[in-house]
Design a protein around this ligand. Structure first.
Ligand code: FES
Length: 171
């Protein structure tokens, strides 16, 4: 009887100790989960903070173009032989429609967006002027208003000729 009692006591202790260990493990798991959630919370706060600070810095100090701050946008329009005197060629430069013009005085580039209501001007080879098809505004090859309702000149762009090639150069 005593042996059985001792056996029950030992068994009960064993079961109790297993139960206690399971409880401790559960508690450790809880702490681990809690810590994990803490890390997750702190991590997400840091990531959000980093993104906000990064966006703010990007706004305050915009990224430099390749080649440094002085590197202006440059577009090769093509060889000068492709644009004989009297001709003009429309290109996209700095996200704008630009007309590159070759006249006796040299090469010029003007924004094609009419300063009246924004229609695209066209080059007239016969008269060597830019004409707006919408309300008949006329501009010279430098973008100056000749006649019509346009309130101001067309913006111009810098043209460079290097090694018999035409380039548009941003400012
Ligand atoms: Fe060019 Fe009116 S939009 S003249």
């Amino acid at each position: 009887m005593t042996t059985i009692l001792i056996f029950y006591i030992i068994a009960a202790k064993f079961v109790y100790s297993k139960f206690k260990m399971a409880e401790i493990k559960k508690e450790e798991d809880k702490i681990t989960r809690r810590r994990f959630l803490d890390y997750l919370l702190v991590g997400s706060i840091l990531v959000t903070f980093g993104a906000v600070v990064g966006a703010a810095l990007n706004f305050i100090y915009p990224p430099k173009k390749e080649g440094g701050a002085e590197a202006a946008e440059k577009l090769e329009v093509g060889p000068t032989s492709d644009l004989p005197e009297g001709k003009a060629k429309p290109v996209i430069f700095e996200n704008k429609n630009v007309m590159v013009i070759h006249v006796k005085e040299g090469f010029f580039a003007v924004d094609m967006k009419c300063t009246h209501l924004g229609c695209m001007v066209e080059w007239e080879e016969k008269t060597l002027v830019l004409k707006c098809p919408c309300h008949a505004a006329f501009f010279d090859y430098k973008g100056n208003v000749i006649s019509g309702p346009a309130p101001r000149a067309l913006p111009t762009y810098r043209v460079e000729i290097m090694s018999d090639k035409i380039y548009l150069v941003g400012t």
